[in-house]
Ligand binder design. Sequence first.
Ligand SMILES: NC(=O)c1ccc[n+]([C@@H]2O[C@H](COP(=O)([O-])OP(=O)(O)OC[C@H]3O[C@@H](n4cnc5c(N)ncnc54)[C@H](O)[C@@H]3O)[C@@H](O)[C@H]2O)c1
Length: 260
Amino acid sequence: MSDNGTPLKGKTAVILGVASDTSIAWAIAQELAKRGANILLGYQFRYHSRIKDLAPTLPNLIGFHRCDIMKDEELDKFFGEVKTPIDIVVHAIAFAPQTAFAGRLVETSQDDFSLALSVSAHSLAKFMNKAKDHMPNGGSVMALTYLGGVRVSQNYKLMGVAKAALEAYVRELAADLGPDGIRVNAISPGPINTLAASGIPDFELMLDYNKAVAPMRKNVTQHDVATTAAFLSSDDSKMITGQTIYVDGGYSIIGVPSLG
Ligand SMILES: NC(=O)c1ccc[n+]([C@@H]2O[C@H](COP(=O)([O-])OP(=O)(O)OC[C@H]3O[C@@H](n4cnc5c(N)ncnc54)[C@H](O)[C@@H]3O)[C@@H](O)[C@H]2O)c1
């Protein structure tokens, strides 16, 4: 391994979910680019003013195009721009309307459920249904999830349900796409201050609590997630598929935290 980590030269990565320079997807794009991967970004047009300045700072950028996962015409246009085989797909997108965090979970509307699950979980299958045709050499796919998909995390509510579905999709898609040489995994980071996180009530308290309880006694950074993404992108992980990899300083192993 070089000083820069396992090289990814010659691989092409499609990365969904850059909204700002605090996005986990942005740290992953920077890390994969640093290791030599070619990068194609798909982003939501509402963030265009930021992306147009950020994207060109990436070495090996091959393009950045609108790709709202709910807009089929944008998805078709996006894949029309894909000119080389894809080796790596990073799915770092999630959304639930504010109303989903406001009331009790039992009050969740059908519309909020449909939107949150479509954007945050089904989008992985929807995107891969097109991406697989551009992956003749197989490859590695990773989705960003959170502990709220397997345990109750106060205030996460409908997003917990969406992450559970996303993790199930990761396993099912790993089985579906494995024969095509495509691996599918999830990365489950501890809490990180980003635009999406700012929509979760009491997020600052979550950060403090995680830092106090996690065995490593630190919060996770975007870069910590990005180096794990680089590992999953590389052939070093070539027999790992269908897994959820926790990058949380060990928080998820704790039952009863230190009481002293
Ligand atoms: N920040 C955390 O604490 C944390 C922890 C664990 C997992 N995650 C997950 O990491 C991923 C990235 O989130 P982030 O924290 O970097 O926040 P972020 O706000 O930077 O990224 C969220 C992204 O989702 C995209 N998105 C939302 N709706 C979309 C749609 N219809 N089409 C295409 N893109 C859409 C946004 O454009 C944005 O780029 C999410 O899946 C999130 O749930 C975040």
